[in-house]
Write a protein that binds this ligand. Structure first.
Ligand SMILES: Cc1cc2nc3c(=O)[nH]c(=O)nc-3n(C[C@H](O)[C@H](O)[C@H](O)COP(=O)(O)OP(=O)(O)OC[C@H]3O[C@@H](n4cnc5c(N)ncnc54)[C@H](O)[C@@H]3O)c2cc1C
Length: 410
């Protein structure tokens, strides 16, 4: 049994947070707390932190926080700023609405709207953490459980088949949508991730293989019957991120790492065969899809027990139809740091303030995301009505409808 101490192993009085999961949520929380003097141990199950995932849209509510943490400038070396969001109709490719982004978004929402590869964001956060002397990241370290009391938390896990135990002042469970730590929070038998009936087919395509329309510096959303398609160029236009979302039945593969599951290009192409040529050409250009079944979970009213808190997808998995899951994880991290600043050392008050600031917000965004997916997939007369409403709305009203989500809160 490998043992590591809690706050006693740092400088005297230094608080120690153990973070389970080196995803966007875990790393941002680690950075935000390290900046406030915490000692941090991040435990990541994967043996190496490698290029997992695809593109992320990061709205101003997230980039404003990355700016406060001093990592936005570095991220911008890898990020791309789309000039607009264009929404098109699947059948004939006609434009329903075009919302300006770029400098207009920056002005309205006080921070940039960017797209970035998840791996570039993860690497940027890790580079920032490397500058923090009190932060340790351990890979190949699976967290399995904890024993928590009002005085501290003991965290148990495995590293290279050896049992390990850590002691700390706080455990941040940022272990993703299928969080094992959430299972131990006693949130009831109904609290399970449920397959949403939708699958995201994800691809990152070399821009040289993509049709010319897909390389334009904008974010594209296509809406159609029981499916939608999102694409945008990434990494200075060298690749194109493509996400095709379909309604389907999916059974099994529960234990598989999603990113490891390949999709059949012919099957995806068939699904989009009735769509406008631009959409068909893009989908047809992809030779390697990853199948990503989308899970949903009903919101809960508690994200903690004693010295353990949930953060990111572990706390609030959400369907990606408002492109906001990572942004919510980043907001969680900043809210936690602010709660810590306000109640320094009083863990009960810190956790209560964190939950108060976050549970309702995340539930609202998750519910709006669900609704958005339903709207995108309407067909027949309902689809016709949606298209007419989008055309009538126009860019200014569409921007105004996003204020509640995109305006920086912290
Ligand atoms: C198709 C699709 C498109 C999306 N697009 C966007 C978008 O445009 N914008 C946006 O903001 N969000 C988007 N999201 C959502 C976003 O990807 C997630 O919300 C975000 O990555 C969640 O981050 P996280 O850190 O909470 O979890 P994760 O990124 O899942 O990280 C969890 C980490 O914990 C590790 N782990 C798991 N179990 C253990 C354990 N027991 N012990 C130790 N480590 C463990 C995992 O290996 C992983 O590294 C999208 C999601 C999908 C599926």
């Amino acid at each position: 049994m490998d043992r590591e101490g809690g706050s006693l192993s740092g400088t005297p009085g230094q608080l120690h947070a153990i973070v389970a999961g080196a995803g966007i949520g875990g790393l941002t929380a680690a950075l935000a707390l390290a900046r406030q003097g915490w000692r941090i141990t991040v435990l990541e199950r994967a043996p190496v932190i490698e290029e997992v995932g695809a593109g992320l849209q990061l709205a101003p509510n997230a980039t404003s926080i990355l700016e406060k943490l001093g990592v936005l400038d570095r991220l911008m070396l890898h990020a791309t700023t789309p000039e607009a969001l264009q929404i098109r109709r699947a059948r004939d490719g006609s434009e329903l609405v075009r919302m300006p982004l770029g400098p207009i978004a920056d002005l309205r929402w006080k921070a940039p709207y960017v797209v970035v590869h998840r791996a570039d964001l993860q690497r940027t956060l890790i580079e920032a953490l490397a500058q923090e002397p009190a932060v340790t990241i351990k890979t190949g370290a699976s967290v399995l459980g904890f024993a928590s009391s009002a005085n501290g938390v003991q965290v148990g896990g495995k590293m290279s088949n050896i049992n390990v135990r850590y002691e700390g002042d706080l455990l941040i469970a940022a272990d993703g949508v299928r969080s094992v730590l959430r299972e131990r929070l006693g949130l009831g038998p109904q609290d399970k991730p449920v397959y949403s009936g939708r699958t995201a087919w994800r691809a990152v395509l070399d821009a040289r293989s993509a049709p010319a329309h897909a390389v334009r510096l904008q974010t594209n959303l296509w809406v159609g019957p029981k499916a939608h398609l999102v694409h945008y160029p990434l990494r200075q236009g060298s690749v194109v991120n493509v996400v095709a979302i379909t309604e389907d039945e999916w059974k099994g593969d529960d234990d598989k790492d999603f990113w490891a599951v390949h999709g059949d290009p012919a099957q995806v192409s068939r699904r989009f065969s009735g769509w406008h040529r631009d959409a068909r050409d893009l989908v047809g250009a992809v030779t390697e899809w990853r199948r990503w079944p989308l899970f949903d979970r009903n919101p809960v009213t508690r994200w903690s027990t004693d010295r353990v808190i949930l953060l990111g997808d572990a706390a609030h998995p959400m369907l990606p139809f408002l492109a906001s899951g990572a942004a919510m994880a980043i907001e969680d991290a900043m809210a936690l740091a602010q709660a810590d600043a306000a109640h320094r050392g009083d863990m009960r008050a810190t956790i209560a303030a964190y939950e108060k600031g976050r549970i309702a917000r995340a539930a609202t965004v998750a519910s709006a995301s669900r609704r958005q997916g339903w709207i995108y997939h309407l067909s027949g007369m309902a689809g016709f009505a949606r298209d007419a409403a989008m055309r009538r709305m126009g860019p200014e009203r569409l921007m105004a409808r996003m204020d509640w989500l995109y305006l920086p809160r912290q």
